[in-house]
Design a protein around this ligand. Sequence first.
Ligand SMILES: Cc1cc2nc3c(=O)[nH]c(=O)nc-3n(C[C@H](O)[C@H](O)[C@H](O)COP(=O)(O)OP(=O)(O)OC[C@H]3O[C@@H](n4cnc5c(N)ncnc54)[C@H](O)[C@@H]3O)c2cc1C
Length: 333
Amino acid sequence: MYKTDVVVIGAGPVGLFSVFQASMVGLKVHVVDALPMIGGQCAALYPEKPIYDIPAHPKILGAELIENLEKQILPFSPTLHLEQKVTHVTSKDGGFEIITDKGDEIWTKVIFIAAGVGAFGPNRPPLESIESFEGKSVFYLVRERAFFAGKKLIIAGGGDSAVDWTLSLAEVVSHITLVHRRDKFKAHAESLNQLKKLEESGKITLLTPYQLHGLTGQDGILTSVECMDFEGKILSIPTDILLPFYGLATNLGPITQWGLQIDRHTIPVDPSSCATSIPGIYAIGDVAHYPGKLKLILCGFSEGAMAAHSARAHIHPGEVFHFEHSTTTGVKK
Ligand SMILES: Cc1cc2nc3c(=O)[nH]c(=O)nc-3n(C[C@H](O)[C@H](O)[C@H](O)COP(=O)(O)OP(=O)(O)OC[C@H]3O[C@@H](n4cnc5c(N)ncnc54)[C@H](O)[C@@H]3O)c2cc1C
């Protein structure tokens, strides 16, 4: 059983900045996220899109923002528990016991729920034994384009992610077959033009209206993917990697079972402290709600600071703290 001052549930931009704020007021922090990487929506949904409303960054990519937040918390070495969802939170010994679906147990004095719209998980295509290929030949997210260099890919899906990643990965892979069950893709006109040009050059093949039908391979390594049209015609396509982009499912799920007041998929908080209906549990970022709330990263950053100061007072009741700027304190490890 780990022991700590704060557990941050959710490693999105807001959860990450709250690690910095909590560490700056002297609290020890653990972070848990359902995804295999940090960054929440910025990393999972729009790593290569520019954000224009982060203070002092006229333009910053989603992935760059997360890299900077990671650098900012590095001096404090928070413990990360990735690829695991917090399933249970119970009051224990004046604090809380947290259990994840991988069995990690953490006792903590306070909790920051920075769960955004809930735990992310992939919408899996219903293919037999797909789980055995995941992480080796089947991926639901792209972390590094270089990993796919020179490989034969099938990308499945008809939305922005499928189209944008086809355009981006076509620069590094050997060939892409883009499979969609409709003839039309839902993407920007300019992206569709680029898609057409790539098809004409032979770099990609558009396979429509087809859907994924089966996987062939051994020990997690794909050799081919079967695709079927609506008349039952099956094509077997030699493939190294399958990227199904059918969206990410979000699930506030377990959070609704922890005895907190929940209102339309959000957690009502006191806007002066981000305290929830349970003393010692705070909610920040997209998951938190109060009158006038804006679901913006910059508002979440401020909520992280308020929760950290309020948590310190909760953990050390009666102690007098003097507010200090970071220019005075520096970054103490
Ligand atoms: C396409 C797009 C463009 C956007 N552009 C902008 C913009 O320009 N400016 C702006 O300010 N905002 C923008 N946003 C919104 C912004 O991304 C969100 O406000 C921000 O990500 C919220 O951060 P967060 O840390 O609260 O939550 P999230 O980023 O949603 O992260 C929450 C994390 O919590 C994890 N989690 C949830 N439940 C659990 C659990 N039980 N156990 C473990 N982990 C859990 C999830 O897996 C997730 O990683 C955009 C959003 C999208 C989708």
